[in-house]
Ligand binder design. Sequence first.
Ligand code: C5P
Length: 401
Amino acid sequence: MDLAGKHIVLGLSGGIACYKSAELARQLIQAGATVQVVMTEAAERFITPVTMQALTGRTVVTSQWDAREPNHMPHINLSREADALLIAPASADFMAKLAQGRADEVLSLLCLARPAERVPLFVAPAMNREMWAHPATQRNAAQLRADGAVLLGPDAGDQACGEVGDGRMLEPEALVEELVAQLQPRPLAGCRLLVTAGPTFEPLDPVRGLTNRSSGKMGFAVARAAREAGAEVTLVAGPVALPTPRGVRRIDVETALQMHEAVMAAVPGQHVFVATAAVADWRPVRAAEHKMKKDGSGRPPAIEMAENPDILADVAKRPNAPYCVGFAAESHDLLAHATAKRERKGVPLIVANLGPATFGRDDNTLLLVDAHGHRELPTAGKLDLARELVREIARQLSQTT
Ligand code: C5P
């Protein structure tokens, strides 16, 4: 329930993407928000207020002359009640109106009337690619940003008109993810954070290799939570099947050596390094060129192994090292092992968990161990835990600077 307690005014202007706004309203509600829909006359040509009312359980507002509001000021009431205004879809015409500060119907009127310091305005453009690329629209988009609106998208891809290019409205899931991110506190604003995630894969031959059972979920959750908290996030990921969190720069690698190289290249200028990756301790010294076959002798092949570099320890040793956070997946004696690991790796914070209990799951229990002691984060979803960890990192950073 990432939007629990939030009241969102969802404004629809006229465009074919209105059909996606029904799904968007549903997903906002599933995320815990209450949703008040406001539609322009053009939007009503594409989708009916009946649909939006049924989905949100609230009468849709379509006119500033609606006599049901006792004070007859829907634009004031709606904009004061809201935690955020989201215009999705925002047509080229509606963006032009916003940029000019016009207010001749209820949606643009309430956008103009919003208390800007308290109620953010999110605009999700949706239009043909030529309309989006037109200098007038680009001028309006720049003006809206300068006036404090946050533009979400547009996306590139197939368009209703049959053309392909920039101008599609972001998908409902992406808009909800953005809104959740934008409405979080931002204690890491101005920070750069680097995170490793997933397993590594050390090839033995073209079809086999050594790997481990890390799903990458915790590291991806840390990346998402850090970005929500305002950080600029780089995610170095081993082979995992997870979508990239929005707004995160992702570098895919396969082996420990590649992960080491990618991290060392990215680390200058980072304020925080979080190592969640389950890096293979050893790798075959050389991968066979062809698939290894049984030779009939009954003897398995001898595989010469070499130790992989410790990425976390190498980052922590650097001059001007970022604030380093290590993970420890243990099978028993969490606190003792985590305390020892913290000292061995030379890092200020270790996050310990019971490995076999969490592999591939969506929830986890964490133990934070630093120089002053330890604190348990009780069982919760990985994203919630990641947010709590990010808050802890922000607290530690604010004490050291
Ligand atoms: O030594 P161990 O693998 O138990 O330590 C776990 C922590 O060290 C994790 O944060 C992991 O991401 C990091 N690590 C690393 N490079 C390695 C091994 C572990 O960054 N080669």
